[in-house]
Design a binder for this molecule. Structure first.
Ligand SMILES: Nc1ncnc2c1ncn2[C@@H]1O[C@H](COP(=O)(O)OP(=O)(O)O)[C@@H](O)[C@H]1O
Ligand SMILES: [Mg+2]
Length: 356
């Protein structure tokens, strides 16, 4: 696997949390660790079973036809396995893969350079593909559709267009925001799939697999306790098992049990829903200052000192999924469950009604 460029999203790096353990965005320190524990085959890629079954058939068909795969788009919140899945597909197709991300393709020559370096059948993985600029997108259209590049040479009056053929490649795009992808680009993907949050059983498997690779001793209940607080996200599960194992080693004999996992997670201030301080601050703000909402995301972001986009991309998907937060045309609001979870009383009848 060659890594041409990587997720160098400066803005995201700037908004790293004070307590970022359970937020699913990638940090520099995660990368080597993540690459070491990434599953490489469908058998070791846990969960997402419906998606895996469809992909296996698509791959077999492509192999039988001796043609490259159709272009694929994966979308879903960070940390659910989009990049990993692209690697699995390359491995199962027995083709090389080049990995880059949209912010690294700022100038036309960046994308042209990559396209021209591809081999027949190779996979090009573009992360955060919703952030591609217009020029890059327009270079991609004919490349994706008919495998050629239109290159212009010369100046104004003597300008000539040169049609350069490209090898037949497969583009795999990944995005946390499918809604921000332009229509024409989305239309050029043959296959579009959403990745789902993982259930606790699947996360337990992820944790036990990672523990095996890292030679961490953990029992089933210990894995289940961590899985419960991992926000449906393998990236977070993997991060937590490391932290909990450190705790087990320093305070006990190194083995992770249910009790030790719970103690460690309490110290890390991760509650039984997997919420951290940032999540709780966000929800408490809506309850205490805005009577449960609705309130705009920009207002929330300013009040708790976070970047609105990070809140939307990283914090919110899980809060929405587990029903602690709701998105309405007038802004975000919390649910009765949020009041209960954070130990607040619902004040009066009219407030209760407005929450339902
Ligand atoms: N289905 C899975 N099975 C096992 N581990 C997974 C799975 N999906 C993701 N992971 C682990 O979670 C981490 C984050 O996955 P990644 O593919 O980088 O997420 P994304 O690209 O969606 O942000 C990886 O290190 C990988 O080891
Ligand atoms: Mg990724």
């Amino acid at each position: 696997m060659s890594i041409i460029a990587d997720d160098n999203d400066f803005e995201k790096q700037q908004t790293v949390k004070k307590n970022p353990i359970v937020q699913a965005n990638v940090e520099e320190t995660d990368k080597t660790f993540e690459n070491n524990i990434r599953p490489k085959t469908f058998n070791t890629y846990i969960g997402q079973s419906a998606l895996k079954e469809t992909l296996k058939i698509t791959i077999q068909a492509a192999k039988k036809r001796e043609k490259p795969l159709d272009h694929l788009l994966f979308y879903g919140p960070p940390g659910l396995g989009k990049t990993t899945l692209a690697g699995v597909i390359a491995n199962e197709m027995c083709v090389p893969i080049k990995i880059t991300s949209a912010p690294a393709l700022e100038r036309p020559r960046d994308i042209i350079g990559i396209l021209m370096s591809l081999e027949e059948g190779e996979i090009l993985f573009i992360d955060e593909i919703h952030r591609l600029n217009k020029v890059a997108e327009e270079i991609l259209y004919p490349a994706m559709e008919d495998f050629y590049l239109d290159m212009t040479t010369g100046k104004s009056q003597t300008v000539k267009t040169l049609r350069v053929p490209l090898p037949k490649f497969t583009l795999i795009g990944a995005t946390t925001k499918a809604g921000e992808l332009s229509g024409p680009l989305r239309d050029r993907f043959g296959i579009i799939h959403r990745l789902e949050f993982y259930n606790e059983k699947e996360l337990s498997e992820v944790i036990q697999r990672t523990a095996g690779i890292l030679e961490i001793q953990i029992d089933e209940k210990g894995a289940a306790a961590i899985a419960k607080r991992s926000r449906g996200t393998p990236r977070i599960a993997n991060r937590l098992i490391k932290r909990v194992s450190d705790f087990a080693l320093v305070k006990y004999d190194g083995k992770v049990t249910e009790d030790i996992a719970n103690q460690a997670l309490d110290i890390l201030k991760i509650d039984e829903f997997g919420l951290d301080t940032t999540d709780r601050n966000l929800l408490k703000l809506i309850i205490e200052k805005y009577d449960g909402g609705p309130v705009g995301i920009e207002t929330i972001a300013a009040a708790i000192g976070e970047d609105a986009r990070t809140l939307e991309d990283v914090c919110e998907p899980f809060l929405l999924q587990c029903g602690l937060l709701q998105r309405t045309p007038r802004g975000r609001k919390v649910s009765p469950q949020t009041y209960r979870h954070l130990g607040y009383k619902i004040k009066n009848q009219s407030e209760q009604q407005s929450l339902f």
